[in-house]
Design a protein around this ligand. Structure first.
Ligand code: 4NP
Length: 201
């Protein structure tokens, strides 16, 4: 890539920090350095951070994470800076709404949620999202079978953002939605803190 101005270099780093990936380089049809600076500035200001939560079935943990994270953003006045969705690695529950245990738990904790249909992660999702955040180690292996290797280091585990990194047990098997809820809240708060520490929100 061509040698960047100090300002463009600074904006390049800001972009990379915010979106967890480098921007397009100054080579693709952008004529002047000033234009490139404006391009980066406008992207940083106007583009949203895209977060995809992923679990096995997309009916328990990842939709809970989606709604819990949206609620945290809402309370912090940050909703307009993010796009947040969730997806499955398996085909088992595609099209189905959240598990009643997940809905009951969110209702009990006063977390708003809407009717939804489980979807499966696609290779396009890997390109489009900045952060792909999973619930447990096996989710990573399963995602890679669908999207290929994690070449852009977009995949992380939700509780890697906590002080005590670990998997989030599947309440579909354990029946324990309280533990899942508490773990997800811990991870979502950790992720917010991580972004705050990077100065991107
Ligand atoms: P989730 O739980 O991954 O937290 O949505 C599961 C839901 C359904 C299945 C597995 C896990 N299933 O195999 O159908």
């Amino acid at each position: 890539m061509a040698h960047l101005s100090i300002r463009a270099n600074e904006l390049y780093n800001l972009y990379e920090n915010k979106f967890n990936m480098p921007p397009r380089g100054w080579d693709h049809g952008i004529e002047t350095m000033k234009e490139y600076e404006n391009y980066l500035e406008s992207k940083i200001k106007n583009s949203k951070i895209k977060v995809l939560f992923v679990c096995l079935g997309n009916i328990c943990r990842s939709p809970m994470a989606e709604f819990i994270f949206k609620d945290i953003l809402d309370k912090k006045g940050l909703s307009n800076k993010f796009i947040v969705k969730s997806a499955a690695t398996s085909n088992e529950e595609i099209g189905n709404d959240m598990h009643y245990g997940a809905k009951d738990k969110l209702t009990q904790k006063n977390i708003p949620f809407s009717k939804r249909k489980a979807i499966r992660i696609t290779p396009e999702d890997y390109k489009n999202y900045n952060y792909i955040i999973v619930m447990e180690e096996s989710n990573i292996r399963n995602i890679k079978r669908i999207v290929g290797e994690d070449l852009n280091n977009k995949i992380s585990k939700l509780l890697d953002y906590s002080d005590n990194p670990r998997d989030i047990a599947d309440p579909w098997y354990t029946g324990n939605f309280e533990v899942a809820y508490n773990d997800i809240v811990e991870g979502c708060n950790g992720f917010i803190k991580y972004l705050e520490n990077k100065n991107v929100i």
